[in-house]
Design a protein around this ligand. Sequence first.
Ligand code: ATR
Length: 280
Amino acid sequence: MPSLAVIGHPVAHTRSPDMQTAALAELKLAGEWTYGAIDIEPESFEVEVAELAAAGDYAGVNVTLPHKEAALALADEASEAARAIGAANTLTFSDGRIAAANTDAGGVLRSLPAGIDGGRALVLGAGGAARAAIWALAHGGEGAPDADGNPTLVPAFQVDVWNRTPERAETVAAELGGRAVTDPVGADYDLIVNTTSVGLHGEDPFEHLPIAAADLHADQVVFDLVYGPEPSALLAAAEDAGATTIEGLEMLVQQGALSLRIWTGEEPSIEAMRTGARRS
Ligand code: ATR
């Protein structure tokens, strides 16, 4: 019976087991596959993952903070996205070998409205989540299926990167395919992606981010990658302005769906995963 799990530290509040178990149930795999959570400290991550891979009962794991860089480092092989981003959130074990993938990148693209045009994107932040978003948007790739279930392609965006500490924006933009900016004009962007932790603790996003509520408009998509209190103040303002909004929970669902697809070869139900993630 293949096991799956999310590994993090801490991992107690993760929604992934409920979300993935809902997807497995919908695929009629719940009797066969299980998905749990394992708390592993950074010091023992490499040894414990090697043991899991060698033991043979785990098909793979999701990896979350603070292990995503270590997960890439210990893998025998890695996808192009994982290598470019420098982090992996999905490990697959087979015959004692470990393959790393980064489904955060694909998750960003599949969270966007199907059929979205490319154009100008502003990524706020320069941490791990920003790295995946910048690489994904600068390259484009598979998007959400259209209303008939057919695959769509997200075109590459021209990506501007703003960060509170500008040097980090320079570094990630140069590495991943964007351009660092210090004073962006929010209204000029087709897509604004917040990857900073601003708003998680009730801060006013417009005090800390380089955009004003008045910059937001109906021809924009605004994506708050971090999930916390819903809806975030940024998304509430975007909605008031008539923009299309995407909440962080969607990112969790989409990256998880891509991971499950890698392990099982099946296309999970996004709706079942949304419901499972909301329940926890
Ligand atoms: P993650 O890997 O989850 O993206 P991270 O590496 O800790 O997390 O990055 C957090 C991001 O939020 C950074 O871009 C950080 O900006 P700095 O690089 O200047 O630290 C940003 N951030 C956190 N608090 C912020 C605040 N009050 N105002 C603006 N940006 C903030």
